[in-house]
Design a protein around this ligand. Structure first.
Ligand SMILES: Cc1cc2nc3c(=O)[nH]c(=O)nc-3n(C[C@H](O)[C@H](O)[C@H](O)COP(=O)(O)O)c2cc1C
Length: 163
């Protein structure tokens, strides 16, 4: 049976990736919650912690934002090496060189509000169903419909849920 690991309120889980999403840095809290040793994750794709309950739509949205140089916030359910899971509230940003080109990506995660997770679990269930039946574009359209129904943009809604 898969168990939830709840983040300590003071925890900050950080990681850095190259342009393709391979992990080039992870802090001790990352290793602690994901259950890996540094040598097991370094230079591996970040989807090593991907949980199957996460809609592809959310990651498509994440990559669209960060490749465009914009920051993004998200609630993410991650899988540990031991097949347990932990929810995070995350911020992902691009880092730039002096010419303004993106050189890598950085993310910081902390404990999400439990009320936010109840809401987001329902949203992700809908997105999973839509993308599985009708594809990723339909998933994105559905996400935008949900976001618009709150009269906000995507990041505003996610930040509002974490307040
Ligand atoms: C800086 C950064 C941090 C990321 N953190 C996570 C994470 O914690 N969990 C996760 O499942 N994907 C994370 N991703 C997204 C993954 O790169 C990947 O897109 C996602 O796991 C979906 O896997 P897939 O693209 O193979 O379908 C992160 C990406 C970047 C650039």
């Amino acid at each position: 049976m898969s168990k939830e690991k709840i983040l300590d309120p003071n925890t900050l889980i950080t990681s850095k990736t190259d342009l393709k999403g391979n992990i080039i840095y992870a802090n001790d809290d990352f290793l602690k919650y994901a259950g890996y040793k540094m040598e097991e994750i370094l230079y591996k794709p970040h989807n090593i912690v991907r949980h199957p309950d996460m809609p592809r739509t959310v990651f498509k949205c994440l990559w669209d934002y960060i490749q465009d140089g914009r920051e993004i916030f998200a609630f993410v359910k991650n899988k540990t090496k031991q097949n347990d899971y932990y929810w995070v509230f995350t911020n992902v940003t691009a880092s730039f060189d002096e010419q303004g080109s993106i050189i890598n990506y950085y993310s910081v995660r902390r404990k999400p509000k439990s009320e936010a997770i109840s809401t987001i679990e329902q949203v992700y269930k809908i997105l999973l169903e839509v993308e599985q039946k009708k594809g990723i574009k339909a998933g994105i359209d559905e996400l935008m419909n949900i976001v618009n129904s709150y009269g906000m943009n995507y990041n505003q809604l996610i930040l509002e849920l974490q307040k």
